[in-house]
Design a protein around this ligand. Structure first.
Ligand code: PLP
Length: 394
């Protein structure tokens, strides 16, 4: 072939230990490469049904309106908000990181009257704080992030959900990073709308946003006065395409992405949700033992740490970018830098889905020691790997 064209795609092999995307399993990559069929092909319609069924299992819900929005996690966020908000509706949003902030931005753009309550990055909300705010503001909707990927903090949800419902509001939950790595109990916790993404703990490439809506949320959508402000994300039409009854064309589903998600969900369910949660916790604790033995400290209090996103403080005098570039260039390992006010202050080490393995924990700790050493920061040789191995042996 002529060399006047760009070279064919040949990406480097990476170990994806950042805030997402995470490593993708070979079976998922193989599914993505399967032959494309039509978006109304009986084969594809059956596959859509199976994707919905498996999503219900992963979300731990019986919600009929559960499907994969065509778009990344942020499209899932917009889908939940735009279908439930009408201009002038009040929405309370809990902001303790970048993604809570994004939710407030989205709701404002769709005409909601937004009130925010805030906690510093790395901290979480108490049910009392939320209860106080819903009492004062009387919102129709409350939005909160389960796993704040920008800070590494895990937000307890159950008591907040009770407070929100006692005030007659609906609860919207961002579980982009938690789904597949931590329990997300949509029915038990009475979540009204939730969205996720494919590229975090589900270990599929980015491109789809699993969403689920409770019957209460569906009723709110069905009794709207105004049209949904987004044509593309209007669930009253999208759901007809996903419904086993009508199958009306709305937009062309990204066929091969749905193949990929189908296989990624099979992988998660084949391992078993509980086993997947245990694996995330175990590798997180091994990583933690290693990092602490190397003198690194977490940016989040112990009881609120996410297993799949480890935010640690960059040691004084160490050049953030030099270490991350060396990790990538010498070892092929990607980790994340800090976002927002944490920029330059933290590293975000992901242990999501396929990337959450003993192999990666030990590889990363050894590589990090090498990079810290190269950056002029000395630590006792082998301390991190040794402590992680000790944890694994215990
Ligand atoms: C990644 C992420 C998003 C956004 O998802 P995209 O796929 O990047 O659009 C939203 N919320 C949280 C908590 C995330 O981690």
């Amino acid at each position: 072939m002529s060399d006047k064209f760009p070279k064919p795609v040949d990406p480097p092999r990476r170990v994806l230990m950042g805030p997402g995307p995470s490593d993708v399993a070979p079976q998922v990559l193989a599914a993505l490469a399967a032959p494309t069929v039509g978006h109304l092909d009986p084969y594809f319609l059956k596959l859509m049904d199976e994707v919905q069924q498996m999503l219900r299992e992963v979300f731990q819900t019986k919600n009929k309106l559960t499907l994969a929005v065509s778009g990344t996690g942020s499209a899932g966020m917009e889908a939940c908000i735009v279908n439930l908000v009408e201009p002038g509706d009040k929405m309370l949003i809990c902001v303790n990181g970048v993604f809570g902030g994004r939710m407030a931005d989205v709701a404002t753009r769709y005409g909601a009257e937004v009130m925010t309550i805030e906690r510093p990055f790395g901290e979480v909300f108490t049910a009392d704080e939320v209860q106080q705010a819903v009492k004062e503001f009387q919102p129709k909707l409350v939005g909160i992030v389960h796993a704040e990927t920008s800070t590494g903090a895990l937000q307890p949800i159950e008591a907040i959900s009770k407070a929100v419902h006692a005030a007659g509001a609906l609860l919207v939950l961002d579980c982009v990073t938690s789904l597949g790595g931590l329990p997300v109990k949509i029915d038990d916790w009475q979540i009204d709308a939730a969205y996720s993404g494919t590229q975090k703990c589900l270990s599929c490439p980015p491109g789809l946003a699993p969403v689920t809506f409770s019957d209460r949320a569906v009723e709110v959508m069905e009794t709207r006065d105004s049209k949904v402000a987004s044509w593309y994300l209007d669930m009253s039409m999208v759901r007809n395409y996903w419904s086993d009854q009508s199958r009306a064309y709305h937009h062309t589903a990204p066929i091969n992405m749905n193949y990929g998600l189908h296989q990624a969900l099979r992988n998660v369910l084949d391992e078993g949700l509980e086993n997947a949660f245990t694996r995330h916790q175990r590798n997180h604790l091994a990583l933690r033992a290693g990092l602490e033995a190397m003198g690194l400290n977490y940016a989040v209090a112990e009881e609120y740490r996410l297993p799949m996103l480890n935010a640690v403080l960059i040691p004084n005098g160490v050049d953030d970018k030099a270490v991350r570039s060396r990790l990538l260039n010498e070892f092929g390992i990607e980790i994340g830098g800090g976002l927002g006010p944490m920029a330059g202050k933290t590293w975000r080490i992901g242990l999501m889905g396929e990337a959450c393995t003993q192999r990666n924990v030990l590889l990363f700790l050894a590589a990090l020691e090498n990079c810290l050493h190269a950056a002029g920061h000395s630590i006792s040789p082998g301390a991190g790997v040794g402590a992680a191995n000790e944890y694994y042996a215990s």
